[in-house]
Write a protein that binds this ligand. Structure first.
Ligand SMILES: NC(=O)c1ccc[n+]([C@@H]2O[C@H](COP(=O)([O-])OP(=O)(O)OC[C@H]3O[C@@H](n4cnc5c(N)ncnc54)[C@H](O)[C@@H]3O)[C@@H](O)[C@H]2O)c1
Length: 342
């Protein structure tokens, strides 16, 4: 029996989600081999590499990119470094899986697009909700016409807590949290483009940080060019767990996806009905993270599996950037046909 080929992956950024993705690559992606980890914090890559029996650890991501054993990279560094790292990885000929967002501006995303195109490498963005239970099925139902014409769409992200409000970079709620919801809305409204956004946001969880620019609670309304009206909403602190849900309602019906039950267990007792809820993205999205990393690996090995690329990254970012402008002006923002938030 011939040995099937494995994809040698290097991971850049050994923080919270990087540690989770590294573990998933090692334990749940049979077609991949994690061969290197890089993180500029002294000891961070080495500790994770030792724990997962990964052969190489670097403090300089450039050394990982120069490592000939690395065929593909998973980028889980902080958002502001993504575009530059994707450009360098593409120039080194590596297939790229990048956590969201792929850039902080449309100029950065366009540079990412050019680098990916010029070097002919695979690029995937970490919009994991497309792989979460119920979401691809919801999209398939919309595509099959089962809800009729989409009229109302909704997507929600409620994170379980805000440990350090002072460490949240400006506009994170749009660029790193709601960007999942914007992609979900785009995913559930195939072929349509957002044309207008209006964002209302505040620091309701940690009001002491409002003056420093924190936004921890937001509602966004969107108009699409097929007429659909959508809302996206986020909070950084849901007392009951990690809550992600979406809905697409149309002339012929409705689909919903997501939720926060930790399992199908329902406890019925003297106090009523109890459902245990998920407490972290790494718990609730474990299956989705696994599926997106498997899809990336399978595709990089030459067996294409659908997944979000540069265009999806750009479409969601232009909505996020429109939200920032809407917050600044207090008014709805038209997203130009050329794709830029004015
Ligand atoms: N898809 C999801 O559900 C999901 C969930 C969490 C985080 N994320 C995204 O993943 C990214 C990282 O988030 P996190 O919560 O793991 O952050 P984190 O701060 O916990 O980890 C970031 C790591 O990157 C390292 N780092 C810093 N500068 C670097 C550089 N120039 N090159 C390489 N590594 C560098 C840091 O030392 C740290 O270990 C963010 O873009 C975030 O939005 C996605």
């Amino acid at each position: 029996m011939s040995e099937s080929r494995l994809l040698n992956i290097g991971l850049i950024g050994a923080g919270r989600i990087g540690s989770s993705h590294a573990e998933l690559i090692v334990r749940t992606v049979p077609e991949a081999r994690l061969v290197a980890i890089a993180d500029p914090v002294e000891g961070a890559a080495a500790r994770l590499a030792t724990a997962l029996h990964v052969p190489a650890a670097y403090t300089d991501p450039a050394l990982l990119l120069a490592d000939p054993a690395v065929e593909a990279v998973v980028i889980t560094a902080p958002a502001r470094f993504h575009a530059g790292l994707v450009e360098q990885a593409a120039a080194a000929g590596k297939a790229v899986f990048c956590e969201k967002p792929a850039g902080m501006s449309l100029e950065e995303i366009d540079r990412v697009a050019r680098a990916v195109e010029a070097n002919g490498v695979l690029f995937r963005i970490g919009f994991n909700r497309r792989f979460a239970d119920g979401f691809p099925q919801a999209r398939a139902a919309v595509e099959a016409g089962r809800i009729g014409a989409p009229q109302l769409l909704r997507s929600t992200t409620r994170d379980p807590g805000l440990a350090d409000p002072g460490a949240v970079a400006p506009w994170t709620i749009f660029l790193e949290t709601l960007i999942h919801d914007f992609d979900t809305l785009n995913f559930l409204n195939p072929g349509a483009r957002a044309v207008q956004v209006h964002a209302v946001a505040d620091a309701l969880v940690a009001p002491d940080y409002r003056d420093a620019g924190l936004l921890d609670t937001a509602v966004v309304t969107l108009r699409y060019d097929n007429g659909a009206i959508a809302t996206a909403e986020a909070s950084f602190s849901a007392a009951y767990g990690y809550d992600t849900r979406a809905e697409a309602f149309g002339s012929g019906g409705m689909v919903t996806a997501g939720g926060l039950a930790a399992s199908s267990l329902r406890y019925y007792g003297p106090a009523g009905l109890a459902v245990e809820t998920v407490r972290a993205d790494t718990q609730s999205m474990r299956g989705a993270y696994t599926a997106e990393l498997q899809a990336f690996t399978h595709t990089a090995l030459g067996n294409p599996v659908d997944g979000p690329g540069v265009e999806a990254a750009r479409e969601a970012l232009r909505i996020a950037l429109g939200c920032i402008e809407s917050c600044r002006t207090g008014a709805p923002v038209e997203l130009s046909a050329a794709g830029a938030a004015r």
